[in-house]
Structures are given as C-alpha cells and as structure tokens.
Design a protein around this ligand. Structure first.
Ligand code: DX5
Ligand code: ZN
Length: 219
C-alpha cells in the first residue's frame, strides 16, 4: 500500500474565507498545505505574498509546502523559513546556481525542492538528485490554477523515478497542475508520491470528501 500525500493548493481557496478553508484542510485527510507564491515576472501572474502566508501559517496544522514561482529566490530563503515554510521549492529555470540555492535552503532547516516547467527535461537533475528532497513536476505551465493536465507528464514521472532509483536517492516526486480523480492513480503508478490539487478540491461540492477520495484511489 502506497502512502500518497495529498497537498491541496491554497491558490484555489476563497480568500475572503481563508481561515475557514484552512480549517477545512486541517480537518481533512490532506497531508500538506501547498502554497503558490508568484511574482508577476517568472510567471505572468501575481498570487499573494508574505502577510498572507504568515496568516496561513498561524492556523495551518500540517506541513507547509511553499512553491516559489519567482526570479532569484535566494533573496527570500530566510524570510520564507520565518514565515513557516517546511519545504521550500524553487524553479530550476529561475536558479543559476541551483546547487548553492538548495544548500542555502537546507542550512535554514527546510526541505529543498526543485520545480521543473513542462519544457524542462528531468534528466537535467541527475547530477544533483541526491541533494534534492522533492522534485515538483509541473503538469501545466505555472502561473494559474484550473488548467488542463499535460499528458506527457506521466513519462516525466517514470523517467524521474528511474533516475531516483539509479542514484539511490530519497527524493519525493510531486505533481502540480490539473490533478483530478481521472489522472491520480496513473500518476502514482508511474511513481508520484505527492499530488497537488487546487481547483479540483476547492471547486468540489464537498472538498473533504474529494480529498478522502483522492487518498483512497491512490492507496
Ligand atoms: C500553478 C500552481 C499550482 C496550481 C494548481 O502555477 O503551481 O499549484 O495551484 O492548480 P490546479 O490543481 O487547479 O491545476
Ligand atoms: Zn504549485
């Protein structure tokens, strides 16, 4: 039996009722809070920033998984630690010295993640795979919730799982974008460990039951 982790993306929450939605995740079978930070430069959208994350951290009772879609993320590593991040994920495409950035994240006591855009080949991560706690495979172009899943992502998961095996690494594979009950099982079969789901969870009539269903079908 696999213990697939479910990480609802707060980007799809109702920001006028944020505390209610955080309590919903606390009460559900979800494992992590997935927090999308966008700067309007790395991606063509701005989500929310420090004060909102600070408010979320005060109520969230589960692991806080922060996905930085920002240029030059090194500027804010210490800040995100202070704001409550347990896992800090930076984009491969946004880091010139990725190895150094990962070491800086770990030096702050956080788990270090690397996200890859749909066009980035996961083979590029092989030389540093033993330094990465989590790879976030973007199964949509980052910047917006509610987009359709890119089918090619299954192959990327399988290819990355093979790289992790070959290097005897402990890296988790996370999938972000367009996750629903239609693709969850196949993603886990390909090797995914963590599923991020935004609009599928928050757009459901019953988000708690939807999270429970994702847990059940990925066992
Ligand atoms: C996209 C974000 C995702 C997004 C997922 O840039 O990184 O985390 O919130 O949303 P859905 O599940 O709606 O595709
Ligand atoms: Zn994300």
């Amino acid at each position: 039996m696999k213990n697939t982790l479910i990480a609802p993306s707060v980007l799809a929450a109702d920001f006028a009722n944020l505390q209610r939605d955080i309590e919903m995740i606390n009460a559900s079978e979800a494992d992590w809070f997935h927090i999308d930070i966008m700067d309007g430069v790395f991606v063509p959208n701005i989500s929310f920033g420090m004060p909102v994350l600070d408010a979320i951290s005060k109520h969230a009772k589960k692991t806080i998984d922060v996905h930085l879609m920002i240029v030059d993320p090194d500027r804010f590593i210490t800040t995100f630690k202070k704001l409550g991040a347990d896992i800090l994920t930076v984009h491969y495409e946004a880091c010139t010295h990725l190895h150094r950035t990962l070491q800086a994240i770990k030096a702050e006591g956080m788990k270090a993640g690397v996200a890859v855009n749909p066009h980035t080949n996961v083979a590029l991560l092989e030389d540093i795979i033993n330094d990465i706690d989590l790879v976030c495979i973007m199964s949509v172009n980052p910047g917006f919730g509610g987009q359709s899943f890119i089918e090619k992502s299954y192959n990327k998961v399988a290819q990355l799982a093979e790289i992790i095996r070959r290097n005897k690494a402990n890296t988790l594979i996370e999938i972000d974008g367009g996750v629903t009950n239609k693709n969850a099982k196949q993603l886990v079969e390909a090797g995914a460990n963590v599923l991020v789901a935004g609009s599928y969870v928050f757009g459901a009539q019953d988000p708690i039951a939807t999270i429970a269903d994702l847990k059940e079908i990925t066992k």
